[in-house]
Design a protein around this ligand. Structure first.
Ligand code: KG4
Ligand code: ZN
Length: 334
């Protein structure tokens, strides 16, 4: 009999639902929340309310697009954490009610493990063992994956995430939130002529808060001399910031491949949509003989297909949870 999984994602500001049948994605529907733009960042209370409004229509559309009936669903996989507690609560509560009404099992999913397993939503799929650089608005990690549900974080950020570095720089530059895609676009027309302090972190760990401070003082000094500095140099500033973030990420990723001897290299999370990072990965991969894996954009940012894929592997192991399950804001991969 076919295994059909409904995946639910509501950890931050995207409400998403997906259906996969025997490991094949049939639908992946996401509602983004524009309401946060005005605040320059995600407002937890606003996010939670928007999830409440979006979740039922999003699930409805996902089921319709997949061309299945509710009754065909074998289990509901949902993001239990990490994330914003008020946002997670909406997805978890919905999953509970849905599972109860259809008398089907529930599968809890760790959002960060799901970002890695987004690579199994489509072909080509990485071979084990592989390394994954997971870079999003909330996380920056290098993960070593030995099997679908066997993974270890071998490097992580001690402060800001790479996506935050993009978004916070954007705020300094007066750009809209999230600034990552805007900086990416502007950087294409600029040159990386400015230099910022780069962190000196031990092992495979990252730090991005110093970079933000360095950019802040750089801009302050320049604006003092020329009040129009940002407007006149925006594209070059963006190119320089992007170049620095990519160099920091690639430096540690290269060390990780050298230390582990692993040449299957993947990237996941919202920042993996960055064109400069994608190019750097492909170029470095060619030179070093890596097989590189970059998911399609819809599987890079927060999406429910990755939750459903993770749910599918957990379903095969019959790893279910009961109605007593609660969301968790923090939840380590390993
Ligand atoms: O994975 P994601 O959708 O949500 C989180 O779990 O955080 O990642 C969102 C992050 C934001 O910080 C956004 O600015 C960044 O990904 N991002 C980008 C690009 N597209 C999204 N950063 C740089 N370049 C992009 N093209
Ligand atoms: Zn994410």
């Amino acid at each position: 009999m076919s295994v059909v999984i409904l995946g639910i994602e509501s950890s931050c500001d995207d409400t998403s639902a997906a259906i996969i049948k025997d490991g094949v994605v049939l639908s992946n529907v996401t509602a983004n929340q524009d309401a946060h733009k005005a605040y320059g960042g995600v407002v937890p209370e606003v996010a939670s309310r928007a999830h409440q409004q979006n979740i039922i229509p999003v699930v409805d559309v996902a089921i319709q697009k997949a061309g299945i009936r509710k009754e065909d669903i074998s289990a509901v996989a949902f993001t239990r954490g990490p994330g914003l507690i008020g946002s997670l609560l909406v997805g978890v509560s919905f999953a509970k009610a849905f599972a109860l009404s259809l008398d089907i099992p529930m599968i809890e999913v760790n959002h960060m493990i799901a970002h890695v397993l987004a690579h199994f939503a489509e072909d080509p799929k990485p071979r084990f063992p592989f390394l994954c650089l997971t870079v999003s608005g909330g996380h920056t990690q290098i993960v070593k994956i030995t099997d679908h549900l066997e993974m270890e974080v071998i490097g992580t950020t001690i402060d800001d995430a790479a996506g935050e570095a993009f978004d916070k720089t954007g705020k300094l530059l007066g750009l809209d939130y999230p600034a990552g895609p805007i900086i990416d676009r502007l950087a294409k027309e600029g040159n990386p002529i400015f230099q910022f302090a780069e962190p000196n972190m031990p092992e495979l760990d990252f730090s991005f808060s110093g970079l933000k401070t360095s950019i802040y003082y750089f801009l302050k000094k320049q604006i003092k001399e020329n009040p129009d500095f940002i407007q006149e140099n925006l594209k070059d500033i963006c190119a320089s910031v992007q170049d620095t973030i990519i160099r920091i990420l690639m430096h540690k990723l290269i060390i990780a491949t050298e230390q582990t001897g692993i040449t299957e290299v993947a990237v996941a999370g919202g920042v993996s949509a960055n064109s400069g990072l994608r190019n750097a990965l492909v170029e470095e991969g060619k030179q070093r003989g890596w097989n590189t894996y970059i998911p399609r954009f819809e599987f890079c940012t927060d999406n429910a297909a990755m939750i459903a894929v993770t749910g599918y592997y957990k379903y095969q192991k019959q790893e279910f949870v009961g109605q007593e399950v609660t969301p968790v804001a923090r939840w380590k991969v390993s």
